[in-house]
Design a protein around this ligand. Structure first.
Ligand code: ZN
Length: 419
């Protein structure tokens, strides 16, 4: 295990390309071959709390953004607020029909500038949220007849699973093209030698695994937690895949280090130029909006997990019986869009097959402890690491909230968010 070679003398700018919802096992080798590649642990399983971890170098319990209505405190703006460096956050093809600084990601982190890559002045940190592997796969939102993710999954639930996977691959190919355009822009501006490029994702994507789960948000599993972390620069050896991991929370300190800036001491992440992390956390709590009713908070989905290169331990917080009741109510009574794909895929099957399918999904969402693959860490060690981490957090009481207007609600629904 080793650290990234020192390139700080050759880095003036940083470009972070977030190919949204791109899971590790679907990262094209053309991308992995461009630089030094890490399997990266996403701090959360959906955009609203992953991006704040990328910006701040903190896990969600510390930065406090779990829903689209939580504001990231100014002191945690991190990557978007590096003294003497121009910053931009672009969401061109994810938050369509909105001004460049109007996306809900902009709103929850203080409305940073949304300057295009060909216009931002050096030195800069440019971060882009590209549609990547986000639903509706392989279609722009306009192309999919104005319909959103839920309609898309319902339609594909009635088809062979391989068709869903093929669409996903097509979406990823589009994202790679967009990334190539950005690399070309750097080349045209003569900045390729001075820019550290990082290709990553905010979370992965489920493609019908575990009985027919799709989209992202829950449960923690390799398909959602492992994302790419590719570090590209002329001085970094291409085609090198590391056997340790990197984490979202390492991005901010790593970027600071590359730019020759000092790193705050209270971050959860470390600079990959100095450290080779072995494991990391991922946290998920509740839905996309703040719970306003007591009943909803009683049934709040909570999952903490610990991952290394080889697998992870997931701990559900809701209690198995309550969680089962919650999810069966969603599937059977509410017929919630979250499970439209699964329902549609078994609707012509007999009762026992349908029940077994639902059971498979519900057990992934409710079992107290689940092990995925073969992590080096054992259960007790993971629990004590999580406990120590949570103990170290000072609870912020008066957290600010951000407004969510009708346009944003509509956009969130089409992106597949609905409590
Ligand atoms: Zn996302």
């Amino acid at each position: 295990m080793s650290v990234l070679p020192d390139i700080s003398k050759d880095v003036t700018n940083v470009l972070i390309f977030v190919s949204d919802a791109l899971r590790w096992d679907f990262v094209p080798s053309s991308i992995k071959n461009m630089g030094i590649t890490y399997k990266m642990i996403s701090s959360s399983l959906y955009t609203a709390s992953s991006f704040p971890s990328i910006f701040s170098g903190l896990y969600p319990p510390k930065h406090g953004v779990f829903t689209w209505e939580d504001a990231l405190l100014k002191k945690d703006h991190g990557l978007l607020n590096i003294p003497g460096v121009n910053t931009s956050l672009r969401c061109e093809n994810t938050w369509v029909d909105m001004g460049p600084e109007d996306s809900q990601i902009h709103r929850l982190c203080g409305k940073p500038a949304g300057t295009p890559l060909d216009a931002i002045e050096e030195p800069f940190v440019y971060i882009e949220d590209d549609k990547g592997g986000h639903c509706p796969y392989g279609f722009t939102f306009e192309e999919y007849g104005g319909g959103g993710c839920f309609e898309f999954f319902k339609e594909y639930g009635g088809k062979e699973r391989k068709e869903l996977i093929e669409c996903y691959r097509r979406g990823v190919r589009e994202s790679v093209k967009n990334f190539d355009h950005r690399l070309n822009t750097l080349k045209e501006r003569g900045l390729s030698e001075d820019t550290l490029v990082i290709f990553t994702s905010d979370h992965g994507e489920l493609l019908g695994e575990y009985g027919g789960l799709v989209n992202h948000g829950r449960p923690p599993c390799p398909e959602l937690v492992y994302v790419p972390g590719v570090f590209i620069h002329p001085k970094l050896d291409p085609k090198e895949v590391r056997d340790n991991i990197a984490r979202h929370v390492d991005l901010y300190p790593t970027v600071l280090d590359a730019l020759g800036k000092s790193i705050p001491t209270d971050l959860d992440g470390v600079s990959l130029f100095d450290h080779a992390p072995k494991d990391g956390f991922s946290f998920q709590r509740g839905g996309h909006k703040k719970e306003k009713s007591r009943l909803k908070s009683i049934f709040r989905y909570t999952a903490n997990s610990v991952w290394d290169h080889h697998g992870g331990h997931v701990f559900h917080g809701l209690g198995t019986i309550r969680a089962k009741a919650f999810f069966y109510a969603k599937i059977l009574l509410q017929k919630h869009p979250e499970f439209w794909y699964m329902r549609e895929s078994v609707k012509d099957k007999d009762l026992i097959t349908r029940y077994k399918t639902y059971q498979k999904a519900v057990s992934r969402l409710s079992k107290k402890h689940i092990i995925y693959d073969g992590p080096d860490l054992n259960k007790e060690k993971c629990l004590s690491n999580l406990k120590d981490y949570v103990k170290s957090i000072e609870v912020e009481k008066n957290r600010e909230t951000v407004e969510m207007d009708e346009d944003v609600e509509k956009r969130l629904k089409s992106l597949g968010y609905m409590d």
